[in-house]
Design a binder for this molecule. Structure first.
Ligand SMILES: *[C@@H]1O[C@H](CO)[C@@H](O)[C@H](O)[C@H]1NC(C)=O
Ligand SMILES: *[C@@H]1O[C@H](CO)[C@@H](O)[C@H](O)[C@H]1NC(C)=O
Ligand SMILES: *[C@@H]1O[C@H](CO)[C@@H](O)[C@H](O)[C@H]1NC(C)=O
Ligand SMILES: *[C@@H]1O[C@H](CO)[C@@H](O)[C@H](O)[C@H]1NC(C)=O
Length: 443
């Protein structure tokens, strides 16, 4: 089951670029009493896919690159833990799809699928093997120039994820990674270098991929550097998310001040969404679905629009955990600088869910406590106190996911796998098969 979550990280992800100016496109406020969410139908013309929508696919460095110690790459948190556990090579990213050496083939496959965007993440340890910005690895730096050039030569836009989970183990050893505020500074230094080096070629950046999912998986012991026997607390999850929000926002302000005028790029913050809808038209369920979305995407975006976490999250956590300081607080200064620190919203949507208020449930039934995620994990989603009634997989994701076992890194496309826009509906169609880079991220 973890596999499907892991697989979700790199597979075809339609990226919706939504303008996020404060108080306009997004209404994340949950307090408006009569503000019943609008129910839309699949074919509502108001919600057709616009022509400017960019259709793309994304890869993550650890899941695709392999070549874990080639050309001066350092050890990241995955390398460290999986080697320590003596996992067989095919359960690690040591070789993966060898995209480090075969990136040209992979990029050509993406072009064959008629994608507009090719998103990839940068392996921090290829550039700064020990996490120290004084020790730069030129071969690693050059690699991503080659990748960007190849994407453009294939008529796609390169979209860069600056960080997707594979930070240097050295930073973990030094100060505990994302549990420490020092990680904010380390990330911003890394991002600063990435902007200065590649920025003239890049229009769209995702600073951090799926911060909500990342921190939840790590501190449930499912992703390195977390381990189950370390007994991480739920507070660790929120602390990690807090630092990733600050890392994003600090990098955003740095870009704005130092690079934006010249480079004109747009920065987004990636989240996973389980797109909750209510199980019934009862008020409790409507609020429960809104609460789910607030604990999910709202947790990341609300601070970047309004300067603080959603009130409903703070209140629910207080109810659930008392006055224990579960959710770190932003300083007054941060509350001033966070709003507007985002140019677009990047939502990875693999699943939609229908939820009900858990409090309506018979507590003896034992069905409660399960968040909309696929695994009963502690923290974020379970804290929302909802029950998942239906979990609905998006058609593209279902298509790709069912084929994962047979298409592992085969690097060829069979049949006609061209993503087609169905502009009359809110969807895409994907006939044929896809044999594209897939992840070996086992836990
Ligand atoms: C991984 O390798 C082991 C042997 O080392 C083999 O038994 C197993 O089937 C392989 N798994 C996959 C998914 O290829
Ligand atoms: C985690 O908790 C278990 C069970 O309470 C305990 O045996 C173990 O020593 C703890 N591990 C750490 C690293 O504290
Ligand atoms: C969550 O639901 C349980 C019943 O399942 C209830 O006892 C508890 O008070 C609820 N917590 C919050 C924060 O609403
Ligand atoms: C969801 O809705 C169905 C149909 O109205 C109902 O039978 C079911 O009990 C609801 N589930 C929950 C958990 O409220």
């Amino acid at each position: 089951m973890v596999c499907s979550t892991a697989a979700a990280l790199v597979l075809v992800a339609a990226l919706a670029l939504v303008a996020a100016s404060p108080g306009r496109a997004l209404n994340l406020d949950t307090t408006g009493a009569d503000d019943v969410p609008e129910i839309v139908t699949e074919t509502d013309p108001k919600y057709q896919i616009p022509k400017s929508f960019l259709l793309g696919a994304g890869t993550a460095s650890y899941q695709t690159e392999g070549a874990w110690n080639k050309d001066g790459k350092g050890e990241n948190v995955f390398d460290y833990l999986y080697h320590k556990r003596n996992y067989p090579t095919n359960k690690t990213g040591d070789i993966a799809c060898n995209s480090y050496e075969r990136y040209e083939e992979d990029i050509k496959l993406a072009a064959q699928m008629k994608l507009d965007v090719y998103r990839f993440s940068i392996a921090w340890t290829r550039i700064f093997p020990n996490g120290d910005i004084a020790e730069k690895n030129e071969k690693g730096v050059q690699h991503y120039h080659n990748v960007i050039k190849t994407i453009k030569a294939n008529n796609m836009k390169p979209m860069v994820t600056i960080y997707q989970f594979d930070h240097p183990q050295a930073l973990e050893t030094k100060f505990g990674g994302w549990l420490s505020e020092q990680m904010v500074e380390a990330y911003v230094d890394f991002a600063d270098f990435v902007f200065s080096e590649y920025g003239s070629e890049i229009e769209h950046w995702v600073t951090i991929n799926e911060a909500n999912l990342h921190c939840t998986l790590v501190y449930n012991g499912l992703f390195p550097p977390g381990t189950r026997d370390a007994n991480h607390t739920v507070a660790d999850i929120y602390k990690c998310i807090h630092h990733e929000i600050l890392a994003h926002a600090t990098a955003y302000r740095l870009y704005e001040q130092k690079y934006k005028k010249e480079q004109g790029g747009l920065l987004g913050f990636g989240s996973v969404s389980y797109l909750a809808r209510p199980n019934s038209s009862e008020w409790d369920d409507i609020i429960a679905s809104d609460r789910t979305n607030m604990f999910d995407v709202g947790l990341l975006l609300h601070p970047l629009i309004y300067g603080d976490y959603p009130a409903v999250v703070k209140e629910t956590l207080k109810l659930a955990h008392g006055d224990e300081p579960f959710l770190p607080e932003f300083t007054e200064e941060q509350k001033q600088t966070l709003p507007g620190a985002i140019d677009f919203v990047a939502v990875n949507a693999y699943l939609a869910t229908i939820v009900a208020d858990r409090r309506k449930e018979d507590p003896n039934r034992g069905g409660g406590g399960r968040g909309p995620g696929m695994i009963p994990m502690k923290g974020v989603w379970t804290d929302a106190n909802v029950t998942t009634v239906v979990q609905d997989t998006s058609n593209i994701y279902a298509e790709v996911n069912t084929r994962v076992p047979t298409m592992h890194c085969k690097k060829k496309i069979e049949g006609d796998f061209t993503l087609k826009r169905d502009t009359t509906r809110r969807s895409f169609t994907a006939p044929g098969q896809i044999h594209f880079s897939t992840p070996p991220m086992g836990v």
